[in-house]
Write a protein that binds this ligand. Structure first.
Ligand code: NAD
Length: 389
C-alpha cells in the first residue's frame, strides 16, 4: 500500500508518526512510504534521513494526502491551517487512517470519516492485551510523560531531589507524592527515585501496591471497600464517598510534600479531583504540582491546561502534550507502535484489514461508511439527538 505520513499541524507538536528507522519494516512488506517535507525536523529527523531509509519526500500536504492509500498520523485529524481544509477532507475517499482519534471529543471527525468511507483505527482503542503491547501508544506516551513530569517538577522546585551531605550542610531528600500508579505514575516513581527523592504513591487498584514497592516507593494504604477495577484491569469511576476519603488521606500528606505528580485518570471520563482548591493551601510555598491529567479536567482543582499557575507560592503545572517535550524518543516509540499496528491490521501486504483479528476489530472505529465501535456509535447517536433538540 502507499503510506502517507503528513507533518503534524497541532500547535506545539514536535513529534512525527514515523521515524527513518521504522521504514524498512514497511518496505520489506512491499509498502511504499511518502512523507511530507520537514515532517520529522522538530524531532531531529531530516528529509535526507527519510530518503536514505527509502521514503519519498512530498513537497506539500495536499499532494501527500493525495498519494496516501493509508495515512499514519499522531494527533486526531483537525483543520489544516495551510490548506484551510479539515484533514479528513484531505484524505482520499476510501483511504485508511491510523493514529489518535479522541473520538468522544471529536464527533464531527467521526462523521467525516464515515461520509468519506475511511477505514480508521484509533491508537486509544488498541486492546490492552499482551499481544498488543508493542502497538500500545498510550503506554509509550505515558512512559515519556511520567519521566518528563518529574524533570518538569525538578525544574520548578528550588530544592535538590537527592540527599546531599556537603561541607556546607546536609540536604534532606525531596518528598514526592505520586497520585495514580498506572504507566505514567510508575515511570514518575522510577524517575523520582533515580533522582534520589523519597516517594509515596497511591492508586485504588490493589495490584499496583507491589509494583510501587518494587520501585522503592511507599504505597499509601487506604481501606478500599468498593469494586475499583474493570474486568480489563482499568480503574472504574469511583464514588464521591471514595474520593472524599481519598482526599482526606492525601490532605494528611500534603504538608510534607515538595512535589506532587498527578496521573490519575479513568478511561473516557473526567479525571478525578484529588486536590481541591482548599487542599492546595496545605502545601508549603515553593512546592510543585505537575498535573498530567490536565487535559482530562485535572486532578487538582486549580490546574489550568497549558499554564503554570502560582497559588500562595505553589507552582501548579497544567501539563499538556508532555510527550512532545521529548520528541526523539517519543517519535521512535510511537513509530514502532503504529508500524506494528499497521502490519497487524493489514497482514500479508493486503489492502484489506483482517477483521478476524481481535486487535484489528478492537482498534477499528469506522469502516465502509459505518461506525464499527459500539460505544462510539451510541455516543454519536446521542450527540446527533442533542444537536436536533
Ligand atoms: P490511565 O492512564 O487510565 O490511569 C492512570 C492511573 O490512574 C491508573 O493506574 C488508575 O488506576 C489511576 N486512578 C484512577 N482513579 C484514581 C484515583 N481516584 N486515585 C488515584 N489513582 C487513580 O491508566 P494506564 O496507566 O494507561 O493503565 C492502567 C491499566 O492498564 C493498568 O492496569 C495497566 O497494567 C494496564 N495496562 C495493560 C497493558 C497490557 O497488558 N498490554 C498495557 C498498559 C496498561
Amino acid at each position: 500500500m502507499k503510506i502517507g505520513v503528513p507533518k503534524e499541524v497541532l500547535e506545539g507538536e514536535t513529534r512525527v508518526a514515523l521515524v527513518p528507522s521504522a521504514i524498512s519494516a514497511l518496505t520489506r512488506n512491499k509498502h511504499t512510504v511518502h512523507i511530507e517535507t520537514g515532517a520529522g525536523v522538530m524531532a531531529s529527523f531530516s528529509d535526507r534521513e527519510y530518503q536514505d531509509a527509502g521514503a519519498t519526500i512530498v513537497s506539500d500536504a495536499v499532494e501527500l494526502y493525495r498519494a496516501g492509500e493509508v495515512i499514519l498520523k499522531l494527533n486526531p485529524p483537525q483543520m489544516h491551517p495551510q490548506t484551510g481544509k479539515h484533514e479528513t477532507l484531505l484524505m482520499n475517499e476510501g483511504a485508511a487512517y491510523l493514529g489518535y482519534l479522541a473520538p468522544f471529543s471529536n464527533m464531527d471527525t467521526i462523521r467525516h470519516l464515515v461520509e468519506r468511507r475511511i477505514t480508521s483505527f484509533a491508537m486509544e482503542f488498541v486492546p490492552r492485551i499482551t499481544r498488543a503491547q508493542s502497538m500500545d501508544a498510550l503506554s509509550s506516551m505515558a512512559t515519556v510523560a511520567g519521566y518528563k513530569a518529574v524533570l518538569i517538577a525538578a525544574h520548578h522546585l528550588g530544592k535538590f531531589f537527592p540527599l546531599l551531605m556537603t561541607a556546607a550542610g546536609t540536604v534532606p531528600p525531596a518528598i514526592v507524592l505520586v497520585l495514580g500508579a498506572g504507566v505514567a505514575g510508575l515511570q514518575a516513581i522510577a524517575t523520582a527515585r533515580r533522582l534520589g527523592a523519597k516517594v509515596e504513591a497511591f492508586d485504588p487498584r490493589p495490584a499496583v501496591k507491589e509494583q510501587v514497592k518494587s520501585l522503592g516507593a511507599t504505597f499509601i494504604d487506604m481501606e478500599v471497600t468498593e469494586q475499583v477495577e474493570t474486568t480489563s484491569g482499568y480503574a472504574k469511576e469511583q464514588s464521591e464517598e471514595f474520593l472524599r476519603k481519598e482526599r482526606e488521606v492525601i490532605a494528611a500528606r500534603l504538608p510534607k510534600a515538595d512535589v506532587v505528580i498527578c496521573t490519575a485518570q479513568v478511561f473516557g471520563k473526567r479525571a478525578p479531583v484529588l486536590i481541591t482548591k482548599e487542599m492546595v493551601s496545605l502545601l508549603h510555598p515553593g512546592s510543585v504540582i505537575v498535573d498530567l491529567a490536565a487535559e482530562a479536567g485535572g486532578n487538582c482543582e486549580l490546574t489550568v491546561p497549558h499554564l503554570t499557575a502560582q497559588v500562595n507560592g505553589v507552582s501548579i503545572v497544567g501539563a499538556v502534550n508532555v510527550a512532545s517535550a521529548l520528541p526523539v524518543h517519543a517519535s521512535q516509540m510511537y513509530a514502532k507502535n503504529i508500524t506494528n499496528l499497521f502490519l497487524n491490521n493489514f497482514p500479508k501486504e493486503s489492502a484489506v484489514p483482517n477483521f478476524e483479528d481481535e486487535i484489528t476489530r478492537g482498534s477499528c472505529i469506522t469502516h465502509n461508511g459505518a461506525v464499527m465501535n459500539e460505544s462510539i456509535k451510541s455516543a454519536l447517536a446521542q450527540n446527533t439527538e442533542a444537536k436536533h433538540v
